[in-house]
Design a protein. Sequence first.
Length: 225
Amino acid sequence: MRILVVEDEREIQGLLRESLVEAGYEVDAVDCGATAALFAGRSRYDGMIVDLGLPDQDGMDLILQMRRSGVKSPVLILSARRSVDDRVKGLELGGDDYLTKPFAIAELLARIRNLIRRSSSGKEEVVHLKVMDLEMDLIRRKATRGGAVLNLSPQEFSLLEFLCRHAGRVVTRSMLLSEVWGMRIHPDTNVVDVHVYRLRGKVDGEGREPLIKTLRGIGYVLREK
């Protein structure tokens, strides 16, 4: 699978290229919008990572330009702009997901993998998830339980999103390590357990009906009604 990285900061571009290659992708990396448009117009990419702060044009204008020219590759927007308005605008102009800087490589790999999978499945992208009184707005990256906002870290949000997408089904630690963290390490690591413990405290705390259930020695399941 081929990825186009559009990032003018050399250190970040190098990190992205190295990480994606290690994950098994073929990578082209450019540092400006003009070259990105040229590459995207002559080659088909399975996914693109586009920084908004490019030296020759705004990344949002680049994405809109590529969409108008018929480029359909899923785009992960990478930016230091953190406001809800910026995220919404980026998605409305043709981006498929939005990740703010600084970011964790594991989360970026998980997101690009999810974008490619959604794109290849041909299914309409889901932007809102609901399980009982738990709701997730995937555009604004906001989660609520019974109307109360849950203060989740980016990694906790991604973990909860995966559990919601698989509500009622058992997910193993290996699945979570691979799909949420982008890690292929021994499932005996406690990184999953630690994050699920913290997430459960926020989702099921304050006397709420428990949603996240641990299946000892197997994994976890998010209860359905």
